[in-house]
Design a protein. Structure first.
Ligand code: GLA
Length: 511
């Protein structure tokens, strides 16, 4: 409450500048309020406010997504105003210059933020109108660590709606996918989370309680259904006011939302920074925002796996467990094409030092089976995620599972590399040109991936030490299911492909 009051006072100070007691510069105290009535929903522009203080103009733009953003490089030249905005993202340079041209009580504004061109009329407003468009800022509590909940001792496995369906989801789709996880046998291989990503949210009621949109008539009944299938239900939100697809986030409603999710029977929450990046810009504020939801989830008393999605900023792997998270995205969004998958999986899959039981780097959900890659590329994708001990959240339509896709997602030996009880992260042993050798220590041996990032088939010679297990040993090719001669070092790896080996000591021969 204290923080709310402080923030409110700050906003009032900005919107109602007082004239200083010193001799005011010419025009000091002048205030301009420009109301925007028909903004595109992103970024949901509400108004621009300018005021003149000590001979200089300051100002802000208020929007549904980013709250109150300061006007940068502001110049007021008679009827022409220019400024820039900082996108809400310090990693990206400010927007191009925005222009305002004033004609009496009307003005035209022209600019761009991210992909969105702005070309709109504005009208002069009053202080009373401005207060109706005021964005109520709130602050996260001071950081305190969230005690471990002991969840997700192996990387979470399941299905998520986003990669295949985007926000075109409804209750029936989720039930069908749950049914298919059971009938395909994938549930019994460990794929137990059914995660509804962005697109389920509706409006808040007068008490602020979030309700699903009309496509999800009863979230509790849906959770009951998913649970009746021996599965668990996941949901999605953001610490910002808007999720990435423009639905309601949890800003200002964190504890209330956590309680609602628990009441519905939710078992997993993905918490996606999205518009929150304008409010939480550095390590301290991002961590506080994520800790607030971490505490709120714990306070419900329900075991809810907490998936942090802030794209790997501020080395989240170093503090993810302290905010109650069990997994955290290490990078931006995966796309269903080889180069995107390879960048996430090979180059941006986090620091192996951050991985241990209950703490997982997440290079994003799987694209296996979505059609944009060859089967060889999907085997690379799945092998790389397994070697990285990454969460295995399928992102395809399970009702349309082909044999090839099932052979990949259902490869028990590869799954068991991912789920290995030692929770050791795989590491790149070396990279030479297009060839990468990755190794993961397992409770009962070693997994070795020989990857070819080039287009053409390549011949690769391994070193004896690469196997990590001395003689005698048994080597199995986990995709061809062949046993390999223990001395074999020479492999052919197809373009964008992988040879994935498991090596164990042949104790039977040790006398
Ligand atoms: C972000 C996330 C994605 C997905 C979408 C939903 O882009 O990184 O994984 O959740 O939001 O809008």
């Amino acid at each position: 409450m204290f923080f709310r009051i402080v923030i409110l006072l700050m906003v009032m100070a900005l919107s109602c500048p007082s004239v200083s007691s010193a001799e005011p510069a010419s025009g000091d105290g002048e205030q301009q309020i420009w109301l925007i009535d028909d903004s595109p929903s992103f970024p949901g522009l509400r108004m621009i406010m300018l005021h003149k203080k000590e001979g200089r103009y300051e100002g802000s733009v208020t929007s549904d997504w980013y709250g109150v953003l300061p006007l940068l490089d502001l110049h007021v030249n008679g009827q022409d105003i220019t400024f820039r905005l900082d996108n809400g993202n310090k990693a990206v340079s400010p927007t191009p210059v925005w222009h305002v041209n004033i004609h009496g009580t009307r003005a035209h504004i022209h600019g761009k933020i991210w992909y969105q061109n702005i070309d709109l009329d504005m009208r002069r407003g009053t202080g009373a109108e401005a207060s109706l468009r005021h964005f109520p800022l709130v602050s996260s509590p001071a950081f305190t660590p969230v005690p471990s909940a002991g969840l997700a001792r192996t990387p979470p496995m399941g299905w998520s709606s986003w990669n295949r369906f985007g926000d075109k989801i409804d209750d029936a789709t989720i039930r069908q996918q749950a049914d298919a996880l059971v009938s395909s046998g994938l549930r019994d291989l460990g794929y137990i989370y059914v995660n509804i990503d962005d697109g389920w949210q509706g409006n808040r009621d007068a008490s602020g309680i979030i309700h699903p949109n009309a496509r999800f008539p009863d979230m509790k009944l849906l959770a009951d259904y998913v649970h009746s299938k021996g599965l668990k239900l996941g949901l999605y939100s953001s610490p910002g006011p808007k999720t990435c697809a423009g639905y309601a986030g949890s800003y200002g409603h964190v504890e209330q939302d956590a309680k609602t999710y628990a009441d519905w029977g939710v078992d997993y929450l993905k918490y996606d920074l999205c518009s929150g990046e304008a409010f939480y810009r550095d390590m301290d504020s991002i961590r506080r925002a994520y800790a607030q939801m971490g505490h709120a989830l714990r306070a419900t008393g329900r075991p809810i796996v907490y998936s942090l999605c802030e794209y790997g900023r501020e080395h989240v792997g170093q503090w993810g467990t302290s905010v109650g998270g069990q997994l955290w995205r290490t990078t931006g969004d995966i796309e269903d094409r080889y180069q995107s998958m390879a960048v996430n999986g090979f180059d941006k899959n986090g620091d192996p030092a951050d991985v241990k039981a209950g703490s997982w780097n997440d290079p994003d959900m799987l694209e296996v089976g979505n059609g944009g890659m060859t089967d060889a590329e999907y085997r690379t994708h799945f092998s790389l995620w397994a070697l990285s001990a990454a969460p295995l959240l399928t992102g395809n339509d399970i009702t349309k599972l082909t044999e090839e896709t099932k052979n990949i997602l259902g490869n028990e030996n590869v799954i068991s590399i991912d789920q290995d009880i030692l929770a050791a992260p795989g590491q790149r042993l070396r990279r030479r040109g297009d060839i990468e050798i990755w190794r993961k220590t397992l409770a009962d041996g070693v997994a070795l991936g020989v990857f070819n990032r080039g287009h053409m088939m390549r011949e690769v010679d391994l070193k004896d030490a690469d196997y990590g297990v001395g003689h005698p040993r048994i080597i199995t090719d986990l995709w061809s299911h062949q046993t390999i001669a223990p001395e074999k070092r020479h492999f052919r790896v197809e373009g964008h492909g992988v040879v994935l080996l498991k090596i164990v000591s042949d104790h039977a021969n040790v006398r």
